[in-house]
Design a protein around this ligand. Sequence first.
Ligand code: GLU
Length: 525
Amino acid sequence: MTTTSTSNQKKVRVRFAPSPTGPLHIGGVRTALYNYLFAKQNGGELIFRIEDTDSTRFVPGAEDYIIESFNWLGIKFDEGVSFGGDHGPYRQSERRDIYRKYVKVLLDNGKAYIAFDTPEELDKKRAEIENFQYDASTRGSMRNSLTMSKEEVDALISDGTPYVVRFMIEPGRDVVVDDLIRGEVTINSSILDDKVLYKSADDLPTYHLANIVDDHLMEVTHVIRGEEWLPSAPLHVLLYEAFGWADTMPRFAHLPLLLKPIGNGKLSKRDGDKLGFPVFPLEWHDPKTGAVSSGYREKGYLPEAVINFLALLGWNPGNDQEMMSLEEMVQLFDLSKCSKNGAKFDYVKAAWFNHQYLIQQPDEAWAPAFDKVLKENGIEATAAQEAEVVRMMKLKVIEYVDGLGNKKKRNISFASDLWPLTKFFFVAPTEFDKEDKFIRKNWKDDTASEMQQMLTLIEGIADFTVDGMKAIIDPWTEQTGIKPWNAWRVALVGAGQGPDMYELAAFLGKDEVMKRMKFAIETLG
Ligand code: GLU
């Protein structure tokens, strides 16, 4: 368990703060999971905050999608959008009044200033000055409240001239980000620019200001987020200082990147498309283009498998234990033992986890997924029938002996793998492959007449159960010396596979068995 240095015994509060700019990326799921594990193991709280201050990137439906994803995955939040709580509102677009107040605090303290430079003026500067940056070296030559008189500034504002508020960064300071995973990361403030904190045009703060103000007001103790936010962290440290909140600044932990399964670089949706794995928890229907992106849920993954797989991307319990329930992970997780290095996204391993969780489930639990696969193939079956097929076929057993006594291995990773293995339970053979070795070997010249005899026998069986059939068919085979099993399998399955023949026949029922036998006799002759 992580020993957290919340020395003052403050209750651990963490947050997951996505921007609703599209579907939740699988890396975001991992971030939320680590926040969840950390909160739970410290008896703390997990907040769900929506960071929607960039109105230009807002995508309708994204927020609901994110909530539904966590619902499916079983990651529970303690407060936030759709969960309630007493630190709300939790949607940043509903917190304008709060941000306005804090922008004013920085302006009044001289930590920020107002700038009127238009986009065209900024472009011109960029063209003039190589590597132009709005900072201590250039702000004195720009159109802002540092270079203009108070009267001029006030006049422009009352005229409704658009402006931004910029953070005034003092150059030449080493800023230290104390990261729980990376240790002390130091950068010099001279490389930072005077970031925009607020835009009058839409009366909204930027991510940086809103993020800091909210973490402070929501009493966040630890900021656990993806490595891509590490470059923003020095600015955030300076903002905490500017507000006088350095004492209660959250601890940072920047998680390792998720990397491409093959090659170098960050995992992208393109990798998923190319190699055939989803990068989103649920299927996503783009509201603008109508394009559909695949999701782990629809692909047939169990939420437990996705959670287990993601937990191990960037962390491990220090031994070779791989299978872990969410409760176990809460016990074992250790934020300080997370890797600094990126984690390769091993999608083959994801399927392996799904296989492990799938075969652990009781027979009945397969019904919903099985049902979906059957429906896709136009078949209606009852849950009891589905569980019976799982049992008969020993689908949960990796190494098994089939109805012919052959040792076989199978690797079902997804419910969709079931169809080719179980199709014959629901669909009668419509043709026979005369080249098939099993059929050639087991359907000889006199087979049709033997099957005809058996058919007559079967017609007379009143109790069409395994025991009822045995009582009549076993003595008949002894008397006649006919060994009907493999030919019967050809007739009922159409191939050399499947479960015990009596069990299969009982499942199919007398009418269906007779129908399939007649068809084989007619077709194979
Ligand atoms: N809104 C940011 C995101 O979309 C949050 C980053 C952070 O956790 O500070 O990931």
